[in-house]
Write a protein that binds this ligand. Structure first.
Ligand code: CDP
Ligand code: MG
Length: 681
């Protein structure tokens, strides 16, 4: 591998004299894990910055109903506060809500270690989707989705004394729904306590939001800031912008390794594809090292949302003796997690987020610059167990211009799913719901229209039974859950189950980067491609994978990612369980037309046709759309009528996951939606 093409030159803030390769602050001391393991846990706990505030926190929780806690990352918020509350003998359970599954699991494990108990016992446990135990631990780490699900059966969350919503700055759809519902619950349960925690947030805004306005004399919420990170973290910026951050991140990691300074490396990129690309290049480098006499051996680990969970958890394991761990992650590793051994952070400065396009009525994924608070969080992944260094692949000038926070997901994404959830929680009048940030009215209107068209709500905006209620229970895009729940009518639940599971991972394809590899991969993919489109192609790929004993060899030959395919398998199994709960029989029709029709029952809002000008136009909105290069139809004759799964923003709007349909199906399967629209004049 050539590593000289992009050699990022790092500078310290406002100091152009020191570069990575001659960094004067490079520590010569060898870092070993044993040093930390031998420290007594109690001493470690007492050293955390939050320990000095222990009694104050407990006092504030006696006095106020809501505590807004701002504490730097690593100060001990997530692991210590639950233990303080347990020690103070709050009567009921203490629940800590994390935006990510991997954080909930790893925190529960850490607290189990610190309390000398078993995880999933009486003291501490976790509940995440598809993985929770029947026990009732005193301290329980959960994901946001789980807490919402619990609210469906116990609207006042009556088994908890204290609820902590952690990493609130992430402001996912779930965070905002939870915050809104908590406001209602707190009114009804004066003895309940809420902690809203983060390293970076607008604390005053949250304090105001949670103040009980009926009783202004005694505010019901208060703010506490906890200072101090455990170990210093040095930050370096590139001197000039880098042309390609994936390549530059690899380069920086290689340089760190060559420097010989001990410590693991964590790289932040934006998505699975970039992660796999960097892993591949670093892998070649690792092989070269193995074959040489160099002592600087490395082991490379990817980490992204659609990686099977057991593989995600591998990053927490110690690297084999004599090896340095290089973890290449998406922003899944940005908050809450402590990865032992990480000393160096390489931050691309970008993140992939959802953005709602009111014209196409769809969410698109876009790569955008991170916010200052994300940059801070990423930096905070170092310096948790010893001093660290952060290499930012952007200039200091650029860093200063970054926005303070990324806008909350609620104001920038489709509201169909959150509204469905809120309705299932009994919030009937969405306009009166006190959102932490009110989403645009246009988006609310568009979501209600769509839910009505999907038959999830009736003309009075009430959830339909059973369809609307069942759709709310699936953590899926409502277009997909609708498809799944109507599959029984078309006798194709088996096929739809597979297609939807395949759509839950970012991609199942391994994309070679060399010219020859690209052509070979293309040829292999053609073997599965069918004229009906991308979704039926995915179905073929999955079936072939199963027929070939789910083997690695099959995946390798066909340029498929074995871990992604295994993850699809896992998702399929879990969705199947829900279908079985709803008494929806698993049937296979082996009739492609039926499957395509069933697809239309969900994706009909995303209908498009080939206009005589040669571009596609949405049936309802008259927006120009183009076929995505990864679609089956990119190089072959383009069909007249289609539905698509997703729109990707590039120079133009590109449709992905395309299925060929007949024009009449739209009228037959969604008459109310397409009545009198332009395409049918
Ligand atoms: O939530 P916050 O970022 O404030 O910190 P935390 O997750 O409670 O972690 C506090 C400290 O515990 C970290 O700085 C680590 O030193 C240690 N920790 C750890 O070693 N392993 C974990 N899995 C979690 C925490
Ligand atoms: Mg935390």
């Amino acid at each position: 591998m050539s590593t000289s093409a992009f050699k990022p030159r790092f500078v310290k803030p406002s100091d152009t004299s020191s570069f990575l390769d001659k960094d004067p602050a490079v520590e010569k001391t060898n870092f070993t894990y044993n040093k930390y393991i031998s420290q007594s846990i109690q001493t470690q706990r007492q050293r955390l910055p939050i320990f000095n505030n222990r009694n104050h926190i407990l006092y504030l929780l006696e006095k106020y109903q809501t505590l807004i806690l701002v504490g730097e990352t690593g100060s001990g918020k997530s692991t210590q506060i639950p233990q303080y509350l347990r020690e103070a003998e709050w009567p009921k359970q203490i629940v800590i809500c994390e935006p990510r599954r991997v954080a909930a699991i790893s925190l529960a494990n850490r607290v189990a270690d610190e309390t000398g108990s078993l995880v999933q016992g009486d003291v501490v446990g976790y509940a995440v989707r598809f993985d929770s135990c029947a026990c009732k631990p005193k301290i329980k780490f959960v994901t946001e989705g789980i807490l919402l699900r619990e609210m469906m059966s116990d609207p006042l969350l009556s088994s908890y004394s204290v609820i902590m919503i952690d990493e609130v700055h992430e402001r996912t759809l779930y965070t905002d729904i939870l915050l809104g519902l908590m406001k209602k619950i707190l009114r009804k349960r004066p003895e309940l306590r809420l902690i809203v925690a983060s390293a970076t947030m607008d604390a005053t805004a949250f304090q105001k939001y949670f103040n009980n306005f009926e009783n202004l004399k005694t505010p019901s919420s208060t703010i506490l800031s906890v200072e101090g990170r455990q170990f210093p973290v040095e930050i370096f910026y590139v001197a000039e912008p880098v042309p390609c951050y994936v390549q530059a991140s690899v380069e920086a990691a290689v340089n760190i390794n060559a420097s010989g300074t001990a410590g693991d490396v964590l790289i932040f990129l934006t998505g699975q594809e970039e992660v796999l690309k960097a892993v591949r290049i670093l892998g070649e480098h690792a092989n070269a090292i193995e074959n040489s006499k160099s002592k600087n051996k490395i082991t490379i680990l990817p980490m992204y949302g659609s990686l099977p969970y057991n593989q995600q958890l591998k990053v927490f394991q110690k690297a084999p003796e004599g090896y340095r761990k290089i973890i290449v992650a998406t922003n899944i590793a940005e908050t809450s997690v402590t990865i032992p051994g990480v000393v160096f952070i390489i931050d691309s400065g970008f993140v992939k987020i959802k953005w709602y396009n009111i014209e196409t009525h769809t969410d698109s994924l876009m790569v955008v610059p991170i916010s200052k608070s994300s940059a801070n969080q990423r930096a905070g992944r170092a310096g948790r167990m010893r001093s660290g260094k952060v290499y930012r692949l952007y200039t200091e000038e650029w860093a200063e211009k970054l926005p303070l926070n990324t806008p909350p997901e609620m104001v920038r994404s489709s509201l169909t799913y959150p509204i469905l959830q809120l309705k299932a929680m009994g919030v009937n009048n969405i306009l009166q719901f006190k959102f932490p940030s009110m989403p645009p009215m246009e988006n609310i209107k568009s979501a209600l229209e769509l839910l009505y068209a999907l038959n999830a709500i009736d003309i009075n905006c009430q959830l339909t039974r059973p369809l609307g209620f069942h759709m709310a229970e699936f953590a899926l895009n409502p277009l997909y859950s609708k498809m799944l729940l109507t599959s029984e009518e078309f006798s194709c639940s088996e096929e739809i189950l597979i297609i939807i599971s395949m759509l839950q991972v970012e991609t199942v394809f391994n994309k070679p980067t060399t010219g020859n590899g690209i052509i070979k991969a293309r040829i292999q993919k053609r073997l599965f491609e069918v004229k009906e489109g991308d979704l039926i192609t995915y179905l073929n790929i999955f079936n072939a994978f199963v027929q070939n004993d789910m083997s690695q060899g099959f995946c390798h030959k066909n340029f498929l990612s074995h871990s992604s395919m295994k993850r699809v398998m896992e998702i399929r199994r879990n969705l199947e369980k829900i279908l079985v709960n709803y008494n929806i029989p698993l049937t296979s029709c082996r009739n492609t037309e039926n499957v395509c029709k069933c697809i239309v029952t969900g994706l009909f809002p995303n209908g498009a046709y080939l206009h005589r000008s040669g571009v596609y136009k949405t049936v309802r909105g008259d927006i120009d759309l183009f076929v995505h290069p990864e679609s089956v139809f990119y190089n072959i004759e383009q069909p007249q009528w289609i539905v698509f799964g997703e729109v990707v923003h590039g120079i133009k709007l590109y449709m992905k996951d395309i299925t060929v349909i007949q024009r009449d199906w739209l009228l037959e399967l969604a008459p109310h939606f397409y009545y009198k629209t332009t395409g049918f004049e």
